[in-house]
Design a protein around this ligand. Structure first.
Ligand code: FPP
Length: 255
């Protein structure tokens, strides 16, 4: 993979999309659902829907700076998705490899910092290398933070975090009385990210399917009927505007 030059021109180009300061959410998490149904409605195989869905990722990420969204986290593959047919799983893995390879330069040019969350153990080495490369290649980007959840499950994440935390306690690096709401999240995959303010799920299903369980404790939710391959920047903008009108109290009573 070719790394973009560091020259002043490249840098100026990467800085062309400053994040707007708005009342909207800073961190939006998205459950991109409905690819399969979208394809079936067209008499096409499910993978056709996933390919169409992948194209929407760019549109949404590109729109983020205009709406003041600094962090966007997308659910690409869950720990439960391995239960799908071998053909679909292999097709999705191949799509992720192709997506990273083909989008890397554009993401860097757009000043997008990419991170991956999830457990890498079941992923193949080629994909892991591409993920590492993309993270490294965009590590100095200062625009939108795109986090891709791949082989991610909220319960799995908490279990992995707890295992490492328990090891730190066993090794004397952490005292049990210091385990609290501030220390535990440091062990989560998302430790560098703020909690999501808004979680969007497409395709009419109203459930969170093991996505960012700890982090979304106080998030607002939007469940929309649109199937992910039909989700546009315009609809995204409307949801963000609706969020701006909400009154978030975090359990408190407004004075
Ligand atoms: C859910 O739709 C979608 C997935 C399990 C995969 C999400 C993947 C993409 C949008 C592809 C590209 C992503 C990246 C980062 C390249 P579904 O298959 O469950 O749809 P259904 O509920 O209609 O069957």
């Amino acid at each position: 993979m070719r790394v973009e030059t560091q020259g002043p021109e490249a840098k100026a180009e990467r800085m062309t999309k400053p994040i707007r300061d708005t009342q909207g959410p800073r961190h939006v998490a998205i459950i991109m659902d409905g690819n399969g149904r979208w394809a079936t409605q067209r008499g096409r195989p499910r993978l056709f829907g996933h390919h169409a869905g992948a194209k929407r990722v760019r549109e949404v990420v590109d729109a983020c700076p205009d709406f003041g969204v600094k962090y966007v986290t997308i659910f690409a593959f869950s720990t439960e998705n391995w239960k799908r047919t071998q053909v679909e799983v292999a097709g999705l893995m191949s799509l992720f490899r192709r997506y990273i390879t083909s989008e890397a330069r554009a993401l860097r040019k757009e000043n997008v910092r990419v991170r991956f969350i999830g457990d890498r153990v079941r992923l193949d080495d080629k994909l892991i290398n591409l993920m590492d490369e993309l993270e490294l290649m965009t590590a100095d980007c200062t625009g939108v933070n795109l986090t891709i959840a791949l082989n991610y499950g909220g319960r799995d994440e908490v279990a992995r975090a707890t295992r490492r935390l328990a090891q730190d306690v066993a090794d004397g690096r952490l005292r049990p009385e210091d385990v609290n709401e501030e220390t535990l999240p440091k062990y989560l995959d998302t430790y560098v990210l703020p909690d999501p303010d808004l979680v969007i799920r497409t395709s009419g299903e109203a459930r969170i399917s093991n996505f960012l369980l700890w982090q979304s404790a106080y998030a607002e939710y939007e469940f929309v009927d649109t199937l992910w391959p039909d989700f546009t920047a315009e609809e995204f903008g409307k949801l963000l505007a609706a969020y701006g009108a909400r009154d978030r109290r975090f359990g408190a009573v407004k004075a």
